[in-house]
Ligand binder design. Structure first.
Ligand code: DP6
Length: 365
């Protein structure tokens, strides 16, 4: 598939006057990280993520035909029940980026109603789940216009559109384990959209657990846009991209053979490499907080003492994702409550686990 395959050619909307679609889309956490991209939203290396079951965005997109056709976009945004003009510029920019692929979006007035299942300003990014949910709603409109599209194309294009909004959003359409970015060991992988991990996953990884420790609930210190830019002139950029590609090869094997010790080693090394990139860029950043480090030390001590497979990963911030097999759930959740919760802001953490991809929950035309 190339970019051209995602351009809608016959865009006859004459039979479509109004309607609404609702999609629920999950957040995801990368195991091998995407950090560095080129235009238009093409990743410098492939990434792999776990899809999260409990951290979701639910979006309803209402649409009605404009009375007078204009070339601009008309969208009202309602976030958690309240009109939110502050979100509009981001949505309008997204519409602009995807217009050539879904030209019908200029023909409708939109009301976008959206809410998250995780608390606002929890430090959990909602751009992946939010932009994928919106892309899926737009694809539902495309399917009304062109009912012949296959479910496979539907998901690929939803992921393709979501990617243009935010790279990691391309990994929030399909379920369980998703790969985004071309990689030699995964034939169906693409820089343009995310694909479901195509091999049989070892049972050690089924319902893998992720407890998100909210160490810092504030605004992100470095936006991902700025973060990705730091990789342009980064002295270690090429080594990092090569390392990530090698890690995808390794992780592809680990996910099939169930080697948990190798998983722990690779996932933690990826998280620390991501942060090392930020510490060695110019300008430089330390995104961990003292409690991030305290948590990491406690995780390491627990792992040693109980010969556990607990490990951590990080995104571009201070929060810690604690990853562990379902088998160890009871013991580790007890440890988290007893020893790690006090290192979180207001003792706040979220228990989650790997789950399915996005689902349509309502439609009306
Ligand atoms: C550290 O997807 O947020 O979470 O494409 O600029 O929107 P944009 O970036 P974004 O970057 C995510 C970075 C990361 C790693 C990852 O999710 O792979």
């Amino acid at each position: 598939m190339t970019e051209k395959d995602f351009i809608l050619i016959h865009s006859d909307t004459s039979k479509l006057t109004k309607g609404s679609f609702t999609w629920e889309s999950p957040s995801n956490i990368a195991l091998v990280k995407y950090w560095g991209k080129s235009e238009p939203q093409i990743p410098k290396n492939a990434s792999i993520s776990f899809t999260l079951s409990n951290c979701k965005t639910i979006t309803t997109l209402q649409f009605s035909k404009k009375e007078n056709l204009t070339k601009d976009f008309n969208v009202e945004v309602i976030f958690e029940g309240e009109k939110k003009d502050a979100f509009k510029p981001k949505i309008l920019q997204f519409f602009k980026r995807i217009e050539q692929y879904v030209p019908f979006i200029t023909e409708f007035n939109f009301v976008l109603e959206t809410k998250n299942t995780f608390p606002h300003s929890s430090g959990i990014a909602s751009s992946a789940s939010g932009l994928s949910a919106l892309s899926l709603c737009i694809m539902s409109i495309e399917k009304e216009i062109n009912p012949n599209i296959s479910p496979e194309y539907f998901n690929q294009k939803a992921s393709f559109l979501a990617r243009l909004g935010s790279g990691s959003a391309s990994r929030s359409v399909e379920g369980e384990i998703v790969v985004w970015g071309k990689h030699e060991t995964i034939a169906e992988s693409s820089d343009l959209y995310g694909v479901k991990f195509p091999f049989k996953i070892h049972s050690n990884f089924s319902k893998y657990q992720d407890t998100i420790l909210l160490v810092d609930r504030g605004e992100k210190q470095v936006s991902s846009t700025v973060g990705h830019q730091l990789m342009y002139e980064h002295p270690f950029a090429q080594q990092r991209f090569d390392q990530a590609q090698e890690n995808i090869t390794k992780l592809t094997k680990i996910l099939q053979n169930g080697d948990l010790k190798a998983f722990v080693n690779l996932v933690e090394s990826e998280a620390l490499s991501l942060h090392a990139m930020m510490m060695t860029s110019n300008p430089y950043f330390i995104l961990m907080k003292p409690n991030t480090l305290k948590i990491i030390e406690k995780i390491w001590a627990y792992r040693k003492e109980y010969d556990s497979n607990i490990c951590f990963t990080l995104d571009a911030g201070a929060n810690v994702h604690v990853l562990y097999p379902e088998k160890e759930k009871e013991k580790i959740q007890f440890f988290i409550e007893k020893e790690l919760s006090e290192l979180c802001q207001n003792k706040h953490y979220i228990n989650d686990c790997v789950g399915k991809g996005a689902t349509e929950i309502n439609n009306f035309v």
